[in-house]
Design a binder for this molecule. Structure first.
Ligand SMILES: NC(=O)C1=CN([C@@H]2O[C@H](COP(=O)(O)OP(=O)(O)OC[C@H]3O[C@@H](n4cnc5c(N)ncnc54)[C@H](OP(=O)(O)O)[C@@H]3O)[C@@H](O)[C@H]2O)C=CC1
Ligand SMILES: O=C(O)C(=O)[C@@H](O)[C@H](O)C(=O)CO
Length: 277
C-alpha cells in the first residue's frame, strides 16, 4: 500500500496530495473499484450528487475496514439545490445516500452565476459546518472574482477550489490566487481524461526510467505545482500507478516544459457561463 503524503488545509485538516475521482464508478463494480482504491492507499474520495454514486462511496467506506476518520469523503451540491434551504436539504439527502453521519469535504459543484444563489448556498454550508454535519467546506469551478465575493459577503473563504487543471490548462493565475488566500487547489480531470496528453513527447521523454510512466509524470507535475489531482481509474493496477508518484522529482525546467503544453480548457466548462443543474 502506498502512503500518500498530506498537506494541511487552512482549517487544519490533513489533506492528501493525491486523491481518487469516482465519476462513472457505479453499481457493484463501482463499489469494488473504490474499495480497491482505498486498499491501494487513497484516503481522499471525490463524489457528487450528480455522479449518482454516493451510495457506492459510502458502501466502499464501510467495506474498507478503515477507521472512519482516516478517509476524506467529498460530495458536491448540484445547481438545482442552490439556495440556503435547498442546500441544507441537499446535505441531509447526501448524508442519507452515503449512509454516513458527516461529509468530510463539501463543495458547491458549479457556481451557476446566472442563478446567482451561490452566496446563499455558501451560508448554508457555513452553518452545516458549525453543526458538525460537514467538516471542511469548499467550492468547485469558482473564479477569483467569485471567491472574492464569497469572502466579502460572508467572511469565510473556501479551503478548497476543485477546478479543471492539467498540463493543457495549468491555471497558473488561479493557482497563484489560491496560494495567496490559503485555498488548496484540487485538479479535476488531471489526466485530461487520457486524451493525447499522455502521448505528448515532452511527457514521454520524461517517462523513460523504469517505473515512471507518462501518467505518473503528469500526476507528479500536479504535485509539484501544488495541486491535489484526483485521477479516476476503474483498475487496481492503474490506481496503484497513479498513487505512486512520490519516489521521483521533476526539475523546475521539466515542470515548466510540461506547463508549456498549455492550450486552454478542453471541455468548454467556463464557470462564468456553464450551468450544471
Ligand atoms: N468538479 C467538477 O466539475 C469535475 C470533477 N471531476 C472529478 O475529477 C475526477 C477525475 O476526472 P476524470 O474526468 O474522471 O478524468 P481523469 O483525467 O482522471 O482520467 C480518467 C481516464 O483516464 C484513464 N486512466 C486513469 N489512470 C490511467 C492510467 N494509469 N493509464 C491509462 N489510463 C488511465 C481512466 O480509465 P480507466 O478507468 O479505464 O483506468 C479514464 O478513462 C472525476 O472522476 C471526478 O471525481 C471531473 C470532472 C469535473
Ligand atoms: O464530472 C463533473 O463533475 C462535471 O461537472 C462534469 O460534468 C463537467 O461539467 C464537465 O465535464 C464540463 O465540461
Amino acid at each position: 500500500m502506498i502512503s500518500i503524503p498530506t498537506v494541511t488545509l487552512a482549517d487544519g485538516v490533513s489533506f492528501p496530495e493525491v486523491g481518487f475521482g469516482t465519476y462513472g464508478l457505479r453499481g457493484d463494480d463501482g463499489t469494488d473499484a473504490i474499495v480497491s482504491a482505498v486498499q491501494a492507499g487513497y484516503r481522499l474520495l471525490d463524489s457528487a450528487v450528480n455522479y449518482e454514486n454516493e451510495g457506492e462511496v459510502g458502501e466502499a467506506v464501510r467495506r474498507s475496514g478503515l477507521d472512519r476518520d482516516e478517509l476524506i469523503v467529498t460530495t458536491k451540491i448540484p445547481g438545482r439545490d442552490h439556495g440556503y434551504d435547498e442546500a441544507r436539504r441537499s446535505a441531509h439527502e447526501s448524508l442519507d445516500r452515503l449512509g454516513l453521519d458527516r461529509i468530510d469535504l463539501y463543495l458547491i459543484h458549479w457556481p451557476n452565476p446566472s442563478v446567482d444563489k451561490y452566496v446563499d448556498t455558501w451560508r448554508a454550508m457555513i452553518d452545516l459546518r458549525a453543526e458538525g454535519l460537514v467538516r471542511s467546506i469548499g467550492v468547485s469551478n469558482f473564479t477569483e472574482a467569485m471567491l472574492d465575493r464569497l469572502h466579502g459577503e460572508t467572511g469565510v473563504m473556501p479551503v478548497v477550489n476543485q477546478v479543471e487543471l492539467h498540463p493543457y490548462f495549468p491555471q497558473a493565475s488561479l493557482r497563484a490566487y489560491h496560494a495567496t488566500h490559503g485555498i488548496r487547489t484540487e485538479s479535476w480531470s488531471p489526466l485530461a481524461r487520457r486524451s493525447e496528453l499522455l502521448s505528448e513527447p515532452v511527457i514521454g521523454d520524461l517517462a523513460t526510467e523504469p517505473g515512471i510512466s507518462p501518467t505518473q509524470v503528469v500526476l507528479r507535475w500536479h504535485v509539484q505545482v501544488g495541486a491535489t489531482p484526483i485521477p479516476k481509474s476503474a483498475h487496481a493496477g492503474r490506481q496503484r500507478e497513479n498513487a505512486d508518484v512520490f519516489g521521483f522529482t521533476l526539475t523546475d525546467d521539466q515542470v515548466a516544459a510540461i506547463s508549456a503544453l498549455e492550450r486552454g480548457r478542453l471541455w468548454g466548462g467556463d464557470p462564468n457561463t456553464h450551468e450544471e443543474m
